[in-house]
Design a protein around this ligand. Structure first.
Ligand code: F6P
Length: 489
């Protein structure tokens, strides 16, 4: 039985994202499901639970086919279905060239401007185009028979909006770009910049996390295609179709943390302390996919610097890094993984004494319950991205701290730093500044932690994921004849 399709003001909600929110896979001959690491699925799943509808995604688990109907559909969440997940099946070659290739070796480094040179392979581009067409077919099938609002996610689908609009001009199409948009100079080195921008102008609403990404996008459009730009209204008109460009900062469901922690979290915390031999020392925690945009070597170097400058911290804290393996087929990711391991080992060798090691590296995927537990246990959470659209780890950490304790060390180059100004803000390229921030976090008086955390919690609780979705969807609703209504509280 599939979940009833909820309609927003008469329109069916269809979300399209490369990543599926639930992955079914075989383990020891049994089918199990997991939640993937990364902000996008974590943020959108609660919205879909609340609204219902269909989520179209690449079926990436080896048991996905097993649990789907003939169209690739299954009700999710698996233990209490409230919306439909429709899988699109990609061949190995498509995955190689569209996901690892164009999305993650071209667009990802291009948009993050972090000194990893993007590749520009015609074959990757061609497959990216074909996969966008494949998704368009699936979405059009799901949208048959009535009005629909298609909410496209991220850089995997730059061409999808115009493909949808051409086939069904009546569809309402909005896109959210979860990563930064670079300056026009940077974006225009891409040989297919024009086609990408034209694809995105199929949207009625094109949204980014923050205003400066919107500004960069408008500038790129201005230099790339023939169109009319209204800088007051922040809109682009091309071939008589208007695209509004707006910032909407994504967020989290602040109530989920309490649910994940449960009543016996203290017992579980004691278990984790025993398991990783943490004693009762304070912990600084980092939770990331192992990705070169996250600044993981930079923060390890800062641990080294802290221990050089403040040897009194030796034996007095642990730095615990969860590094969820990510995109491991790509050499840049494999190399990073290797160098993070080596760096952690060097630091532990240099500063460790007796059984104490400063760095504990957990190089595996952890579910949201364990991650939330670590947030709750940690004296500080460390986010040192070199460039990041938003970074939801920062907001998850804050939402886990109903005790109003803990310090957040946050990179200036994340979207989150615009809202969470009570964090200890750092330039992750400045090792000294990060080391000083660690010292400050570990020594911060409880009253100051409370003062800062209270304000950050207020921000996250007010600007939560439901407000993000509500504002974005009702904004796109206002742009079309039949306004969509969605409660944004
Ligand atoms: O927006 C960033 C993103 O691409 C999201 O899809 C997700 O949050 C994260 O990176 C994970 O990446 P992937 O889906 O490639 O594992």
């Amino acid at each position: 039985e599939h979940v009833a399709q909820t309609r927003l003001g008469g329109a069916k909600l269809i979300v399209v994202a490369n990543r599926e929110p639930y992955i079914h896979r075989y383990r020891d001959g049994e089918i199990e499901w997991i939640r993937p690491a990364g902000g996008l699925t974590t943020a959108l799943d609660p919205v879909m639970r609340a609204c219902g509808g269909v989520w179209v995604a690449h079926g990436s688990g080896d048991a996905d086919l097993e649990v789907s109907d003939s169209k690739g559909r299954v009700g999710v969440p698996p233990d209490d279905p409230s919306y439909t997940l429709r899988r699109v099946w990609l061949t190995k070659e498509e995955e190689e060239q569209y996901y690892y290739g164009f999305a993650n070796s071209t667009l990802w480094p291009l948009c993050h401007q972090v000194y990893c040179r993007p590749t520009f392979e015609p074959a990757h581009w061609e497959t990216y185009r074909q996969v966008n067409e494949k998704f368009a077919e699936a979405v059009l099938e799901e949208a048959q028979g009535g009005p629909a609002l298609v909410f496209v996610q991220d850089y995997h689908f730059a061409l999808l909006p115009s493909l949808l609009k051409q086939a069904r001009p009546d569809l309402i199409v909005a896109q959210f770009w979860h990563i930064p948009w670079p300056s026009a100079e940077i974006f225009n080195v891409c040989p297919w910049a024009k086609q990408i921008v034209e694809g995105m102008l199929g949207n009625d609403l094109m949204s980014f996390h923050i205003q400066s990404h919107c500004n960069n996008f408008l500038e790129t459009v201005d230099r790339t295609v023939e169109c009319r730009i209204d800088r007051e209204k922040f809109s682009v008109t091309r071939n008589e179709h208007e695209t509004q460009v707006r910032p909407h900062a994504i967020s989290v469901d602040p109530d989920l943390a309490a649910e994940y922690l449960g009543d016996d979290w203290e017992r579980n915390a004691a278990r984790i302390r025993r398991k990783y031999r943490l004693g009762d020392l304070p912990i600084l925690v980092g939770v990331d996919r192992v990705d070169y945009t996250k600044g993981i070597p930079e923060r390890l170097n800062a641990v080294d610097r802290l221990l050089d400058q403040h040897p009194e911290w030796k034996g007095k804290f642990h730095f615990l890094q969860i590094g969820a393996p990510s995109r491991t087929h790509l050499p840049a990711y494999r190399d990073l993984n290797e160098s993070v391991h080596q760096l952690a080992e060097q630091i532990n060798w240099k500063h460790g004494k007796d059984r104490w090691k400063p760095v504990i590296l957990l190089n595996e995927h952890h579910g949201p319950k364990d991650v939330t537990l670590l947030y709750r246990m940690a004296a500080g959470c460390v986010v040192t991205s070199l460039h990041d659209g938003m970074n939801l780890v920062a907001k998850e950490y804050v939402s886990a701290r109903s005790d109003e304790q803990g310090a957040l060390i946050l990179s200036n180059f994340t979207g989150a730093s615009r809202e969470l100004t009570d964090a200890i803000l750092v330039n992750p390229f400045d090792v000294q500044e990060v080391a000083t921030a660690f010292h400050e976090a570990l020594s911060m008086p409880s009253e100051e932690q409370r003062r800062r955390m209270r304000r950050m919690r207020k921000t996250v609780s007010e600007n939560n994921i439901y407000r993000w979705a509500g504002r974005l969807l009702s904004e796109v609703g206002k742009m079309v004849d039949d306004p969509l209504e969605m409660d944004s509280d």
